[in-house]
Design a protein around this ligand. Structure first.
Ligand code: SF4
Ligand code: SF4
Length: 318
């Protein structure tokens, strides 16, 4: 299947980022220079797993006689390996990157939820949590793809170490959640605090359906993410588009990059301030952490940058 999705490349090769870096006389994002060794080690691990995304398929095929049961078995395996939520969809060209051609018909999606408590420790902690979660996604998707190939079906893992998938349309189709105004997918259990991994395959899968639980109605009235974005990159509620029948808001990438790529601090603020991290799941602990975090943001001004734990802005010293 030939892909039609415009997936953004990472780093200076991305045209908008390349232009911004050149304008500021930089050869790479400052954030990259300040990454701690543990983050670099995690990146090395997902790059290593990127070399074994695909492999030999067992020539002896296991016939699937009960589709729902076979899919459930695969889902349970992913959950046992550490996935938080799993779902399946038919693979469509708009989920596949332009320039990629995948000989698969189905996509198995998984996400691993992040520990929201780290927001209280600043952007370095948020970044560390995200890279650690990405490694888990890479490990799980690699093992699942291996398993599917052992059943006699072609399968390829997609994760930070190498992927051909546009994450949001795939996750949406597989029933993980609704697209929020901050541009990320909101899941009822985790809000947008999760990271994904995928397996595309020829193995037939029982399909899940998109879900709705009122997010986009709330986004029409809620402005928390937009009001906290330093770059003013999140559009007003009425400036949405509809793609493949799905309503979504498009973040102004150039504005976002001026904060999220040109500073030494990781920026994940739009996701971290979204109340869906506790609003549907009723998690009292996360609600308490959310209140503390938003209390800190209120104290220093909502559009204040996130802070380093050892360099808090005035008013948050202790
Ligand atoms: S913060 Fe509010 S407007 Fe932004 S995505 Fe979350 S619910 Fe929607
Ligand atoms: S990552 Fe930061 S700068 Fe970019 S849209 Fe979100 S809050 Fe704004």
């Amino acid at each position: 299947m030939k892909g039609t999705a415009n997936v953004r490349v990472q780093g200076p090769a991305e045209p908008i980022l390349g232009k911004l870096l050149a304008e500021h006389g930089l050869d790479e994002p400052p954030l990259w220079k300040s990454r701690p060794p543990e983050t670099k080690a995690r990146m090395a691990r997902w790059n290593e797993l990127g070399k074994v995304r695909d492999g030999e398929v067992n020539p002896v095929k296991t016939e699937i006689t009960a589709l729902a049961a076979a899919t459930e078995e695969l889902k349970q395996m992913a959950l046992d390996l550490g996935a938080s939520v799993v779902g399946c969809a038919e693979l469509k060209p708009f989920m596949v990157a332009k320039g990629s051609d995948l000989p698969h018909e189905y996509i198995f999606c998984l996400v691993v939820g992040e520990n929201y408590d780290v927001v209280l420790n600043g952007p370095r902690a948020v970044e560390t949590e995200s890279t650690s979660t990405y490694v888990e996604c890479a490990e799980i998707s690699t093992k699942l793809a291996e398993h599917v190939r052992s059943l006699g079906y072609a399968a390829m893992a997609h994760h930070n170490g190498g992927d051909d998938i546009m994450a949001l349309p795939a996750l949406h189709a597989a029933g993980f959640g609704e697209l929020g105004k901050h541009g990320s997918l909101i899941n009822p259990e985790f809000g947008a605090s999760f990271r994904p991994g995928f397996v595309t395959t020829t193995m037939p899968l029982a399909l899940d359906e998109p879900i709705e639980f009122g997010v986009q109605d709330i986004c029409m009235k809620c402005n928390i993410c937009a009001n906290n974005c330093l770059a003013e990159a999140i559009p007003p509620a009425d400036e949405f588009v509809v793609t493949e029948g799905v309503k979504r808001w498009i973040t102004d990438v150039e504005k976002c990059y001026t904060v999220s790529r040109l500073r030494e601090q990781y920026c994940h603020i739009c996701v971290d301030v979204c109340p869906y991290v506790h609003m549907v799941n009723g998690d009292e602990h996360r609600k308490d952490v959310y209140k503390q975090y938003m209390g800190q943001r209120k104290k220093v001004g909502y559009r204040t940058p996130a802070w380093w734990p050892d360099d808090p802005p005035a008013g948050l010293e202790d």
